[in-house]
Every structure is written in C-alpha cells, then in structure tokens.
Design a protein around this ligand. Structure first.
Ligand code: SF4
Ligand code: SF4
Length: 166
C-alpha cells in the first residue's frame, strides 16, 4: 500500500487495518508471529486479520511497510479491493472494486491496470480454492461495499464472508 507514489498518509490503509485478507501461506509467513496482537478469523480458507488495538499493521514502521517487497496480495491490490465471491458449480467469480477510501485513489489505481488487478485476484483465490475450481475476476464499479457478511451464492450452497472497508 505505502509506496513512493502515494501520500504515505496511511490514513485508511496500513494504519487503519481491518480484515486484511490473507491466504494461509501469507498468514504463516507474515502475520502468525504477531497473532497475540491480532484478531484472526478463518473464513472458509481466507484468513482475515485485524489488529486488536491501535489499528496499525504490525509491519508498518512510521509510514513505511517493512515487508514491502513481500507484502500480501491484498496489499498489492490496493486501492482495488475484493468485495465478494459468487459460486456456481465449480466456478467462483470474484468481484473487486476500483474504489477505496484512499485520498489518492484514482492516481494510485492508475499505476495498475484492471487486467493486472484481475491477475492478482485470481492468484489469491487459486490459493484458497481446491484444484478443479475455475476462478474468474470481475471489476465491480459500484460504491465500496466491503461488508462483513455472508454472501449467498445465486445457485450454489457455498457462502463466503467479505471484509469491511479499511
Ligand atoms: S491511504 Fe492511499 S495515499 Fe494514504 S498511505 Fe494508503 S495508499 Fe497512500
Ligand atoms: S503488510 Fe505492509 S502494505 Fe500490507 S498492511 Fe501491513 S504495512 Fe501495509
């Protein structure tokens, strides 16, 4: 999130972290060592991390990410944000929005094409779903709706939570 081109304000990303979405591998590599200070939820294979106090990501020092080169996919994606998953059969469609509360949203988003964002989204969810699932990613241009709720699929029975705005 914090990178040379941004304001480094950390106002609504790294310093106000809520339900950062992680694969199990990302959690083990980067966040498990801080688990006593984190509220951790496992939502069908997606690990949702929120600092217990202070809201700051444990990797944020001043305005800099200390693991920037190895940061999680959800961080790389920002200010695009994954909002919900719809399953039909063995196909999962992941919707993501190009809008966040970042004050530099449009400028920072312009550094990453929608196709690059799609690739990151698919990479994330391929690590969550078993082999045999097809993962699609679609941009959703509506208002940011990162609601912590269970979204029912249109036809299937599987449901997934979506994280809150951070
Ligand atoms: S909220 Fe936006 S401008 Fe502020 S630090 Fe995060 S990415 Fe940079
Ligand atoms: S890992 Fe780095 S980029 Fe991601 S929330 Fe923490 S400080 Fe920000």
């Amino acid at each position: 999130m914090v990178e040379n081109q941004c304001l480094g304000c950390s106002n609504v990303c790294c310093a106000r972290l809520s339900n950062l979405m992680l694969t199990a591998g990302e959690y083990d590599a980067l966040f498990r060592r801080f688990e006593k200070d984190l509220d951790v939820k496992n939502a069908n294979g997606v690990i949702l991390v929120t600092p217990r106090e202070g809201e700051r990501c444990p990797h944020l020092l001043g305005h800099d990410c200390q693991v920037y080169q190895d940061r999680p996919i959800d961080c790389r994606l920002y200010p695009y944000m994954m909002v919900r998953v719809v399953e039909r059969g063995h196909r999962a469609t992941v919707f993501f929005t190009p809008r966040s509360l970042c004050p530099e949203n449009d400028r920072i988003r312009s550094l990453m094409s929608e196709d690059e964002a799609k690739t990151l989204v698919v990479t994330f969810w391929k690590q969550v779903y078993d082999e045999g699932w097809t993962i699609d990613a679609r941009s959703e241009k509506g208002p940011v709706s990162r609601l912590l709720q269970w979204i029912e699929t249109i036809r299937g029975t599987q449901v997934y939570p979506t994280p809150t705005v951070r």
